[in-house]
Design a protein around this ligand. Structure first.
Ligand SMILES: [Zn+2]
Length: 62
């Protein structure tokens, strides 16, 4: 019931929010690349669902 526990919960909420809005998408069919906020999207260029999706915060800095 500590204040620290509350801070951790708030921190996780921020991570989840950032995660939702920063999904890097790469179309395996046409090579299109973009950043989306949703996981289940189709390629805007060719309509394919064959996508590679990477959360942006997983990219190393630099
Ligand atoms: Zn495509």
């Amino acid at each position: 019931m500590s204040e620290q526990k509350l801070l951790i919960q708030q921190w996780w909420r921020k991570v989840e929010l950032a995660d939702r809005n920063n999904i890097f998408c790469h179309c395996r069919d046409c090579g299109e690349e973009w950043v989306d906020s949703q996981k289940d999207v189709a390629c805007a260029n060719c309509g394919s669902n064959n996508l590679e999706q990477i959360r942006c915060w997983q990219f190393p800095d630099g």
